[in-house]
Design a binder for this molecule. Structure first.
Ligand code: HXC
Ligand code: NAP
Length: 293
């Protein structure tokens, strides 16, 4: 039977007994990945700045999946709050196996319009927040001599290409990617794996409100940027995240996996603009080229 990309990938409870902390787990992609982790039997701690939102999400997902989920208020910019969140996790579940650094802040703006504080705000959520969580959880795992643990960082493709108009985010995500690759080597000896996912466009309210406000979403149809002609589906990202959190990916370490339908490469290839040439013109073009011999 043919399976679809938007269906759950695993058929068994492959994350049974794992405890995973998801930053920014109350909304958007963090919520979708949390839902799937719960369906696969994991216990999940979701964190963000908004406790009401987290409690609502926890209630909804608990009802939907029958899983165990703990909402904990935590601003990832603040190391003390991160340590407290880790302690709540350990108090509730006794251990923790995975950290998903998913929380982010971002908005489009010409860089020269940004105040120093605006630039810092995005860097602090994305880079400092991911650093804070990684450092606190890593120290814990190393001290506890835990046999294995996994950190998964959500970056984006402009972590390696850069992007105009989202410069604080690009700067911060590039830092997260560098941290991923650096610690993948340094902490492998402690059994800690460190990987990243670079998603292309996956519609969420949080991202679309800040990156495509008003009629920008109609003016810049994201599906047209993607060779596969569509945006991402949350389940296919959740499938990849679950795989990278699971023991099936035990030999994948220091990798960044792009899931964008070929979007960033379309922008990169020197002659990709030839996509616009109608098929019937190719005979003529070929003749012109051959005649130059
Ligand atoms: C210029 C802005 C601004 C804007 C805020 N600021 N919005 N400057 N243009 N649109 C400035 C403020 O004036 C202030 O500077 C500073 O930024 C901090 O703003 P606050 O509102 O006080 O910050 P805070 O309440 O901490 O909110 C953080 C936030 C907000 C990033 C500004 O948008 C947020 O909470 N975002 C969380 C969710 C999110 O961003 N999700 C999208 C992720 S999408 P001054 O100098 O005035 O004090 C993503 C996708 C990537 O990452 C790839 C897509 C393909
Ligand atoms: P989202 O719903 O806005 O998610 C961002 C989450 O981060 C929110 O739940 C938010 O919760 C939390 N957050 C923000 N600041 C925080 C802080 N200081 N401390 C703790 N939590 C904080 O947007 P999304 O689209 O799902 O984005 C999720 C991740 O995917 C991000 O890393 C983003 O960069 C990445 N990504 C998204 C896309 C896309 O197309 N959607 C593409 C590439 C990469 P609170 O506001 O309650 O704190």
């Amino acid at each position: 039977m043919n399976k679809k990309f938007n269906e759950p990938m695993f058929k068994a409870r492959e994350l049974k007994d794992k405890v995973i902390a998801v930053t920014g787990g109350g909304s958007g992609l963090g919520k979708s990945m949390t839902r799937y982790f719960l369906q696969l039997g994991a216990k999940v701690v979701i964190t963000s700045r908004n406790l009401d939102k987290l409690i609502n999400t926890a209630g909804e997902l608990e009802k939907e999946t029958g899983g165990k989920i703990l909402p904990v208020k935590c601003d990832v910019r603040n190391y003390d709050e991160v340590e407290t969140m880790l302690q709540h996790t350990l108090d509730a579940f006794g251990c923790v196996d995975g950290l998903l650094n998913n929380a982010a802040g971002n908005f489009i703006s010409p860089t020269e319009r940004l105040s120093a504080h605006a630039f810092d705000t995005v860097i602090d959520i994305v880079l400092k927040g991911s650093k804070n969580c990684t450092l606190a959880f890593g120290k814990h795992w190393i001290k506890a001599k835990q046999e294995k643990a996994t950190v998964l960082n959500i970056v984006t493709t402009y972590a390696f290409t850069g992007s105009a108009y989202v410069v604080p985010s690009a700067t911060a995500k590039a830092g997260v990617l560098a941290m991923t690759r650096s610690l993948a080597v340094e902490w492998a000896k402690y059994g800690i794996r460190m990987n990243a996912i670079a998603p292309g466009p996956f519609p969420t309210k949080g991202a679309w409100d800040r990156l495509l406000p008003g009629d920008l979403k109609d003016k810049f149809d994201m599906t047209k940027k993607v060779p596969l002609g569509r945006v991402g589906n949350h389940q296919e990202l959740a499938n990849l995240a679950a795989y990278l959190m699971s023991d099936f990916s035990a030999y994948i370490n220091g990798e960044v996996i792009t899931i964008d339908g070929g979007e960033w490469l379309k922008g990169a290839g020197e002659f990709n603009m030839l996509e616009q040439i109608p098929q019937q013109l190719w005979d003529k073009l070929e003749q012109m080229i051959r005649s130059k011999k």
